[in-house]
Design a protein around this ligand. Structure first.
Ligand code: ZN
Length: 317
C-alpha cells in the first residue's frame, strides 16, 4: 500500500529547498539549489521536477505540491502580488507549476506554511490558536486562528514584522519607521551591533567581525555568549522589542502557543530570555492567561513540511 505524499517547497532568500513529505510529516527525499533572485518561479519548478524524476523508488504516491513563497500571496489563486526581496519571473506560481507537473498546487506565504507545519507536526500539534514567528534577516509570521490560516482580504495579513514598535525608530523598507523587523531581526542585530561598537570599540563584537562594516547578527550573538556586556545589551534590547510585539499579538489573538523559528533563535539566552521576560511582564500586568512560548522542533525542514502538509490538507477537503 502506498502512502499519500506531497512535495513541499520552501523558497528562501538564498536557497530554494524542496522535499517529498508523507502524511506523517516525514521528509523522504530532499533537494535544493541556490535561489536566483531574479527568477524565483524557475527555481521552484526546477526543484519540483528534480524530485518527480527521482520519486520512483519511494513507496508513496506524490499527489500534490505545496509552495511557501516570500511575499504577499493571493490565495487560492497562487499568485505573488508583492515581494520586496525576490523577483518571481512568473508571479502566477500555481498555474506555472501545475502546467509543468499536472499536479494540484497550493501556494502560500512562507511564514503561513511554517505555521501550518507547526500545527500539523511540530510543537503546536492539536491547537487551533497559534502564532509562528520566523526570525531571520527579516521577521515573518503566520497565525492559525480558529483552526484556519489568517490570510486577510488580499493575502497581506499576519505581517508582524511591520508592526510599529517605535514610531521614531529606524526607517524600514516597507515605508514606515520603527517596525519590529528593524528592532529585533537579524538585520536589526547587525545594525545595532555596528552602532554599539562606535560607543565601545573594545567590544568583542568588533574583534569577531574584524571591521564595523562586517558585523553580522552572528558576531553579536557570539560576543553575547562570551559575556560581552555591550553585545548582551544589544541582544536584550532586541529581545525586549520582540516581547512587546508578542504582547500586542496576545492582545489581538490570544494564542495558545507562540512558536519562534529562524536563525536568530540561536542568538542565545540574552535574546530569548529578554523576549520571555518582557512578554511575561506584560502578560502579568494585564492578568492574562500565561501563553506557551517555544522554539520550533522542525528545524530547517519547517517550510518544506508545512508546505506539503498544507497541500495535502487542501487537496483532501
Ligand atoms: Zn516595516
Amino acid at each position: 500500500m502506498s502512502d499519500r505524499a506531497a512535495i513541499g517547497v520552501d523558497t528562501g532568500a538564498t536557497r530554494t529547498r524542496a522535499g517529498i513529505v508523507d502524511e506523517r510529516g516525514q521528509v523522504l527525499m530532499r533537494t535544493e539549489r541556490p535561489t536566483d533572485p531574479l527568477a524565483g518561479t524557475k527555481g521552484i519548478i526546477a526543484v519540483v521536477e528534480d524530485l518527480l524524476e527521482r520519486d520512483a523508488d519511494l513507496d508513496v504516491k506524490v499527489e500534490c505540491v505545496g509552495v511557501g513563497a516570500a511575499g504577499f500571496v493571493d490565495f487560492p489563486r497562487g499568485a505573488v502580488t508583492f515581494s520586496p526581496n525576490l523577483i518571481y519571473d512568473d508571479p502566477f506560481i500555481r498555474d506555472a507549476v501545475e502546467s509543468r507537473t499536472n499536479l494540484p498546487v497550493v501556494v502560500e506565504n512562507d511564514a503561513n506554511v511554517a505555521a501550518w507545519g507547526e500545527r500539523a507536526f511540530g510543537l503546536a500539534q492539536g491547537t487551533s490558536e497559534l502564532a509562528l514567528i520566523t526570525l531571520g534577516t527579516g521577521i515573518g509570521s503566520g497565525f492559525v486562528v480558529n483552526g484556519r490560516l489568517l490570510r486577510g482580504y488580499g493575502g497581506a495579513a499576519a505581517e508582524l514584522g511591520h508592526m510599529v514598535i517605535d514610531p521614531d525608530g529606524p526607517e524600514c523598507k516597507c515605508g514606515l519607521r520603527g517596525c519590529l523587523e528593524q528592532l529585533a531581526s537579524g538585520q536589526a542585530l547587525a545594525r545595532m551591533g555596528r552602532e554599539a561598537v562606535e560607543q565601545d570599540p573594545r567590544s568583542s563584537i568588533l574583534s569577531f567581525a574584524g571591521s564595523a562594516d562586517s558585523i553580522t547578527a552572528e558576531h553579536v550573538a557570539r560576543a553575547g555568549r562570551e559575556y560581552d556586556e555591550t553585545a548582551r545589551t544589544v541582544l536584550r534590547r532586541a529581545g525586549r522589542s520582540l516581547g512587546i510585539g508578542l504582547s500586542n499579538v496576545a492582545n489581538i489573538f490570544d494564542p495558545e502557543v507562540i512558536v519562534l523559528a529562524g536563525g536568530v533563535v540561536g542568538a542565545g539566552e540574552a535574546y530569548l530570555g529578554a523576549v520571555r521576560d518582557q512578554l511575561v511582564a506584560m502578560t502579568e500586568a494585564q492578568k492574562r492567561r500565561p501563553m506557551r512560548l517555544d522554539v520550533t522542533s522542525l528545524g530547517k525542514d519547517m517550510g518544506i513540511i508545512g508546505a506539503a502538509a498544507l497541500a495535502l490538507d487542501e487537496s483532501s477537503t
